[in-house]
Structures are given as structure tokens and as C-alpha cells.
Design a protein around this ligand. Structure first.
Ligand code: CS2
Ligand code: MG
Length: 404
């Protein structure tokens, strides 16, 4: 029997920080898992190195489900981003190994293709409305069928407005988190007008998305959703924090704007009410933060029963390993909606050699590459030592902390 011989944890910052797990079997087969938790990377690296790697050595790499149960139930402490990200890294690496052993791409192990490619949405942004309109048009020219639109709110700025390079669209600071001002009234006055401007100038021939990034209360979200109904959004994302899943009932009663939730949620229990009461239209949990391919499929299957579709998180702080794993899952599930996609920085792609390809607004993987189709170049990674960085923090104009 082949056994797990080695498990290594790499932390590097090629463009931004990534934590990567590489498992090697006694037959010399390797598998990769992403373990990146933006701004809290070293916590997952330590969880893996100190508490998980010693448990893996000598185990059968083929028993993916059993390993998942062992790491989840065996820890006693349940859920949470650090634990679920660590479990995800092991799970995805084992799927990668299983594919390589079978000589098949992972999507084949998951049941085979349900579609020819995976529709993605890109991130358009602007410091003002004309800049945003140009950026949305640029994505359309690149072939995107779905575009997310964010513009800076006059006087208070806004999350999601790219500064210079794609990798740094969320300004990340080295010493301490950057503090950004926030005003809900200013956002509520302005955001519906730029979404309307996008439709007025560029029409309805593509999917338009918007990320509220947890900034509103349920009632404010209901007001916002109602105001933008005529823009026919594909979704409004994270209109309010989802710790209280029940609070989405209020939003739902007042607006038909579709709702997407899930990028910070880590388990099926965190989306259970949202799904079973049909309070959302898209579930955005990801491979890396929601326990790997094994657990994400469980979430997506539950969602399918309630006509909730998928829309996995795919910002650049999720590594190319996660993007590849997401594409393999997206290709197979019956209830796929859309996949978020931001191109990774060139430095990132020097370290992660990926076979995922973008064409005509969709991502796909090759039919003849076994496993996930991504390799980690350790030598290239050595040129990008770890640089600690934090996500920003939002403060209201009176100085109090707001949800970022
Ligand atoms: C965002 C993310 O892509 C999105 O929808 O909400 O960029 C998010 O802010 C980061 O991934 C946080 O790490
Ligand atoms: Mg988001």
C-alpha cells in the first residue's frame, strides 16, 4: 500500500502571500493544497505543521473521506477558518494525488463534465463613474460575460477599487492594517447611481454584479436591493454580515435582487438556514476556506436541492491551486452559477505552474492532465520570502469600527 511519506508547508509572497501544502506518497506522487487565509496566514501554517502533518505520515492517501472525518471530528474543536482551511489543504492535496494515481483530471473523479467551461466574472472598478464605465467596457472587450462593478464613494473611498496592480486592489499594509473611512449614507446615495450608469451606457447584454462587502444592515440592504432592481443585477454580494442567517428573511421580503453569500463562511452549518429557507440565490463558499472539495460538494449538493446556485469566491488571495480545484468542481456540479476570477500577478504564476486557461469569458482545464494540473516551483518561490500584510479595517466617520 502506498502511504503518505512527507507533508511540507510552504509560505511565500509572490505578489501576495500564499500558504501551500505539498503531500508526497511512498510511490513518489505529489499533491498540492492551498492553505491561505489572508492576513492570518501563519496561524494555518502552524496548525498544519504542528498539529496535522504529524498525523498524516504513514496514512493511506486514497482514503480521502476518512481523512476528512478524522481531521474534523478528531480535532474535537469544530469549524472556524483556521481549522477548515487546514483540513481543506489536506483534502485538496489528496484529490490531486488520487487524480494523478488514476491518470485522470480531478473533474473526472467527481463525475465528469456537466459543462464545457466555467463562466467567470471579472472585477471592474473606478475612482469615478467614467473610469468605471471604461473598465467595465474593457472587461467586455476581453470576452467577459459577467462583470462586477465597484466605484469609489466620493469622500470615503471604497473597498474593491484597484490601486495600480491587480494583486493589490485591496490595499494591504505591512506594519499595521490600513484604516479606511466609511459612510453608509454616502454609499447608499451613490452606489445605485453608478450601477444605473453602467446599464444606461453599456446595456443589458452581460451579467452585472456588485459586492456590498458586509457594509449594510438588513434593512439598508433591503432598501439598496429595491433601488437597484431595474439594473437587473446577477447578484448583490454579502449585503449584510451572515452570522445571523435569519436576518436575510427581512432582505428577502423586500427585494427581488438576487443575493450571494459565503466567502467568509467555512461549513455547511454556516449556510444551512440561508439555503434551506431559500434566503439566497448563490452560495459563495470556497474549496480553500470550507473544508476542501469533499465538504464543498456537500454544501453544493444541499444547495442544489433548494435551487441555490454556486458562485465561489476567487479573489487573488486564493492561490492558483484553489482556482484549479474550484474549476474542477464547477465543471461537474449541476447547480453551477458563476466563478469569480481575478488574474493572478505574474510573480504568482512563476511559482504556481497552472494549466487552467481563460478563453471567451470562461475557465477550463485540460482533459489530458491528471490531478489538479498545478505544480509548485519551490526554487522560484525562494525569490519571494514571506512578507506579513493585513487587510484594511473600516471606521465610520465618527471613528467607530465598521465591518470591512
Ligand atoms: C472580495 C474578496 O472577491 C471578493 O468578493 O470580497 O476580495 C475579499 O475581500 C478578500 O478575498 C479577502 O481576503
Ligand atoms: Mg466579496
Amino acid at each position: 500500500m502506498s502511504t503518505i511519506e512527507r507533508a511540507e508547508v510552504f509560505v511565500a509572497s509572490p505578489g501576495r502571500t500564499f500558504v501551500t501544502l505539498r503531500i508526497t506518497t511512498s510511490d513518489g506522487v505529489t499533491g498540492l493544497g492551498d492553505a491561505t487565509l489572508n492576513g492570518r496566514e501563519l496561524a494555518v501554517a502552524a496548525y498544519l505543521r504542528d498539529h496535522v502533518v504529524p498525523l498524516l505520515i504513514g496514512k493511506d492517501p486514497a482514503r480521502i473521506e476518512d481523512m476528512w472525518q478524522y481531521l474534523y471530528r478528531g480535532a474535537y474543536w469544530r469549524r472556524g477558518p483556521v481549522t477548515m482551511t487546514a483540513i481543506a489543504a489536506v483534502d485538496v492535496a489528496l484529490w490531486d494525488i488520487k487524480g494523478k494515481v488514476a491518470g485522470l483530471p480531478v473533474y473526472q473523479l467527481l463525475g465528469g463534465r456537466s459543462r464545457d467551461g466555467v463562466m467567470v466574472y471579472g472585477h471592474a472598478s473606478g475612482a469615478d463613474v467614467p473610469e468605471l464605465l471604461d473598465d467595465v467596457a474593457r472587461f467586455r472587450d476581453l470576452g467577459y460575460q459577467a462583470v462586477r462593478a465597484q466605484a469609489a464613494v466620493p469622500g470615503v473611498g471604497t473597498y474593491g477599487v484597484r490601486k495600480g496592480t491587480r494583486s493589490s486592489y485591496e490595499p494591504a499594509s505591512t506594519a499595521l492594517p490600513e484604516e479606511q473611512p466609511w459612510s453608509t449614507p454616502a454609499y447608499l446615495d451613490f452606489a445605485p447611481t453608478y450601477l444605473a450608469a453602467v446599464r444606461e451606457h453599456l446595456g443589458f447584454g452581460f451579467h452585472l454584479l456588485h459586492d456590498v462587502h458586509h457594509r449594510l444592515t438588513p434593512l439598508e440592504a433591503a432598501q439598496f436591493g429595491k433601488r437597484v432592481e431595474e439594473c437587473r443585477l446577477f447578484w448583490m454580494e454579502d449585503p449584510t454580515p451572515a452570522e445571523n442567517q435569519e436576518s436575510f428573511r427581512l432582505i428577502r421580503q423586500h427585494t427581488t435582487t438576487p443575493i450571494a453569500v459565503g466567502e467568509v463562511l467555512t461549513s455547511i452549518w454556516d449556510v444551512q438556514t440561508l439555503i434551506t429557507e431559500q434566503l439566497i440565490d448563490y452560495v459563495r463558499t470556497t474549496v480553500v476556506h470550507a473544508g476542501g472539495i469533499t465538504h464543498l460538494r456537500r454544501i453544493f449538493d444541499l444547495a442544489a436541492l433548494y435551487q441555490v446556485r454556486t458562485g465561489s469566491h476567487g479573489a487573488t488571495d486564493l492561490s492558483p491551486v484553489t482556482l484549479a480545484a474550484a474549476v474542477h468542481v464547477d465543471l461537474t456540479v449541476p447547480n453551477f452559477g458563476v466563478q469569480e476570477y481575478m488574474e493572478h500577478a505574474a510573480e504568482t504564476m512563476e511559482v504556481f505552474r497552472s494549466t487552467v486557461r481563460f478563453d471567451a469569458g470562461a475557465l477550463d482545464v485540460a482533459d489530458d492532465v491528471p490531478g489538479l494540473g498545478v505544480e509548485y516551483d519551490e526554487k522560484a518561490a525562494a525569490a519571494f520570502p514571506y512578507e506579513p500584510k493585513y487587510l484594511p479595517v473600516a471606521r465610520r466617520l465618527d471613528g467607530s469600527v465598521h465591518d470591512w
